[in-house]
Design a protein. Structure first.
Length: 366
């Protein structure tokens, strides 16, 4: 049987790419199997939000550490990976989130009044409720991140689909793929929608809840603002209580999505076939009410599968079986470099960080 790199990584989404990069920075070779194109799965699209605010202090701390890894890698890769324009959050949860953020420490976050809110988020309609600014949050430059990491990894990323992984009985892992059979010292499965299926072959039942997510992109009216923050709106003042929005590089476009997702059945079909269109319409209606700085006619649509865990929309966990690590969760883009380092450590037999074990339910509101 072929035995070349030390670790197999399944999936070249942002989590797999970061895991392979974190292995490489520690001198451990990896092969990254990708059945499609790197970054085309849940990691597709032009922007994501990096925010520190979460309802679990452990996840806030994990995210704080992750921000530093993004900066370190941006320096090394010579590219901006997270903008410096911050994230504004609106609504009733703001005081509670501010408290958790302050208790964690080391995060630049504060309440803002409507004048400062307007300066940081000039696309937003008048709003006078609770608001805060996460200064070190910002828009993740998703394309740059995926492309720079894939570039650096070069031939380590192969176009090949993994069919199964299994322990050999010799302390190694065998991977069967479309065109190969190879043996590794460990494997990390970051296959997005494909992770639960591969885990099931190992007798693990992951409580992943597949769903579909909608994000619409709108053109900024007039000249793009020099600075524009990402937005997390839980206020309900504009008719929705869960909205996330982030600028594209250059600030001439702004992507807006509802946190609500559309449920899918086991076979991938929709329980309600009109629900996806319904979310599209609600996002458009939200933009006309809340974001007068945008032309309300979308210029791009992103419909994408997501894989949530039942305890939180920000939940994440890693299942371990015989030197194979299965990653699941949602809103993982911002966590990917820090998570990648944790997965690299686990694959190098340093043990999985306790917080990432499923029983810890990382992300659960506490
Ligand atoms: C519209 C939208 C908005 C979001 N907003 C945010 C946000 O603001 N902030 C944030 O942090 N996160 C956000 N997220 C979530 C975040 O994008 C995802 O959690 C993250 O991209 C997941 O990355 P991944 O590498 O785990 O999975 P994926 O990107 O799905 O990568 C998995 C890869 O594995 C490959 N694969 C699957 N099976 C196999 C196999 N058997 N063999 C080989 N390859 C295989 C797939 O082709 C795919 O490329 C958002 C997601 C969406 C869809």
């Amino acid at each position: 049987m072929e035995r070349v790199p030390e670790v197999a990584v399944v999936g070249a989404g942002i989590v797999g790419l970061c895991t392979a990069y974190a292995l490489a920075e520690r001198g451990t070779s990896a092969r990254v199997y990708e059945s499609g194109v790197p970054g085309h799965g849940q990691s597709s699209g032009q922007s994501r939000i990096f925010r520190h605010a979460h309802d679990d202090a452990r996840l806030v701390e994990f995210t704080r550490q992750g921000r530093a890894v993004w900066d370190e890698w941006a320096d090394r890769l010579g590219a901006e990976l997270v903008s410096r324009d911050g994230v504004v959050a609106l609504g009733g949860p703001v005081p509670g989130r501010l408290r958790i953020l302050r208790e964690t420490g080391g995060i630049s976050v504060r309440s803002v009044d409507s004048a400062e809110l307007h300066a940081r988020m000039p696309l937003l309609a008048d709003y006078a409720g609770p608001a805060m600014l996460d200064e070190d949050g910002g828009a993740i430059r998703t394309r740059v991140a995926v492309e720079s990491l894939a570039d650096v990894l070069g031939d380590a990323v192969v176009t090949d689909e993994v069919f199964s992984l299994a322990p050999t009985g010799r302390g190694t892992v065998e991977v069967l793929s479309t065109v190969g059979r190879a043996e590794y010292s460990a494997a990390v499965v970051c296959a997005g929608l494909g992770t639960a299926r591969l885990a099931r072959n190992m007798g693990l039942s992951l409580p992943v809840q597949p769903a579909a997510h909608v994000r619409l992109t709108f053109q900024v009216v007039g000249a793009p603002p020099e600075r524009v923050a990402c937005l997390q709106d839980s206020s309900g003042d504009f008719g929705e209580v869960g909205v996330y929005a982030a600028p594209y590089p250059g600030n001439s476009r702004y992507a807006v999505g509802l946190s609500q997702t559309v449920e899918v059945r086991e076979d991938g079909s929709f329980a309600d076939s009109d629900a996806l269109k319904g979310l599209n319409d609600r996002a458009r209606a939200y933009v006309s009410r809340a974001l007068p700085g945008l032309d309300p006619e979308p210029v791009e649509y992103l419909h994408c599968w997501v894989t949530g865990l039942p305890w939180s929309e920000d939940g994440m966990a890693v299942w371990e079986a015989d030197r194979i690590f299965f990653v699941a969760g949602h809103n993982l883009f911002k966590q990917a470099p820090r998570l990648g380092r944790a997965l690299a450590g686990a694959a190098m037999a340093e043990g999985l960080e306790e917080n990432l074990r499923p029983a810890e339910r990382l992300g659960r509101p506490r």
